[in-house]
Design a protein around this ligand. Structure first.
Ligand SMILES: Nc1ncnc2c1ncn2[C@@H]1O[C@H](COP(=O)(O)OP(=O)(O)OP(=O)(O)O)[C@@H](O)[C@H]1O
Ligand SMILES: [Mg+2]
Length: 285
């Protein structure tokens, strides 16, 4: 199984977090000197891999295992996603798709295995540190109930920026700059209750992308939408991540959505079929 590499991220396409949509070119995120893989750190091929190898992948899950009580719902799942790449996660209900996304996004700490975000191993980070990641380097699009009903749409989008310490006026201005590209012009002050399902979903996408995350996760983002709106929403999401160099991991039951992603990982009973992205000699095949 070969991994299709997305085009390289151009260092010239620098895009600082929170600076509005940069749809003209991929952005490069520098290494911030975080916890790079070190010899003896976990003892895996990944931990022993050259730093460049780890930096090249936006995100890696290595032998991820998770249990709820006595039930093991994820079994040694390996997954790697590169900048600008889209990976679909499919499988029957209960097969572990949401659990996998939650482990990768730091919502859950896996019982075993490793999660690497660029050069940083994040699975051991504290809950508050992992939560902070979801307002900065990671974005998450949930299927339902993701917007705060009492806040206008633009403030919903601005929220991650404000939680990251940005002044309200600046955050709202930056959030508003996403409304045009997403076809939401004029809806900035509308509360979520006054938006259609598709509009709400696009606001949620804006909120997930506003911080220029390295990886965006979407758990059945089109599940509540009619086919045409779902297709438009997915096309938009794919286009945005491709242009900004963001990696996308999307859970979907929709074969059409999966077919338009670079790769598909199928989960059955918590196991990946085929085990796409399994680590071989410190690399990915
Ligand atoms: N908080 C929890 N406590 C106990 N069991 C859980 C919990 N969350 C999920 N599970 C179980 O873990 C398994 C995987 O659940 P998960 O939500 O990851 O499935 P899924 O593939 O996303 O399903 P769906 O397509 O229905 O959303 C299921 O058997 C589920 O019942
Ligand atoms: Mg699910």
């Amino acid at each position: 199984m070969s991994v299709r590499r997305p085009r390289r991220v151009r260092p010239g396409g620098a895009h600082r977090p929170g600076h509005g949509p940069d749809l003209g070119g991929a952005r490069h995120r520098g290494v911030d000197g975080g916890s790079a893989p070190a010899a003896g750190d976990g003892g895996t091929a990944l931990a022993r891999a050259p730093r460049e190898r780890a930096v090249n992948a936006a995100l890696r899950g290595v032998r991820l295992t998770h249990r709820f009580g006595a039930a093991t719902v994820l079994h040694e799942v390996d997954i790697a996603v590169h900048p600008g790449e889209t990976v679909a996660v499919t499988g029957p209900s209960g097969s572990g798709k949401s659990t996998l996304l939650h482990c990768l996004a730091g919502i859950l700490r896996p019982a075993e295995g490793e999660v690497w975000l660029g050069p940083d191993r994040i699975d051991g980070w504290s809950e508050s540190r992992r939560t902070a990641l979801r307002g900065s380097r990671l974005g998450f699009v949930f299927q339902f109930g993701q917007l705060l009903p009492e806040l206008p749409a633009v403030e919903n989008v601005a929220l991650p920026l404000m939680l990251g310490g940005m002044r309200r006026a600046e955050a709202v201005t930056r959030a508003a700059s996403w409304f045009g590209p997403l076809g939401l012009d004029g809806l900035e002050q509308r509360r979520p209750g006054g938006l259609s399902g598709g509009q709400e979903q696009r606001v949620a996408i804006a909120r997930a992308l506003v911080t220029s995350p390295e990886v965006v996760f979407a758990d059945e983002p089109t599940g509540a939408l009619d086919t045409a709106t779902g297709e438009r929403t997915m096309a938009l999401l794919r286009d945005l991540v491709a242009r900004t160099g963001t990696a996308l991991v999307v859970v979907t039951h929709d074969a059409e959505v999966a077919a338009r992603c670079h790769r598909t990982v199928v989960l059955r009973d918590g196991r990946a079929h085929p085990p796409v992205g399994r680590l071989v000699d410190g690399g990915v095949r």
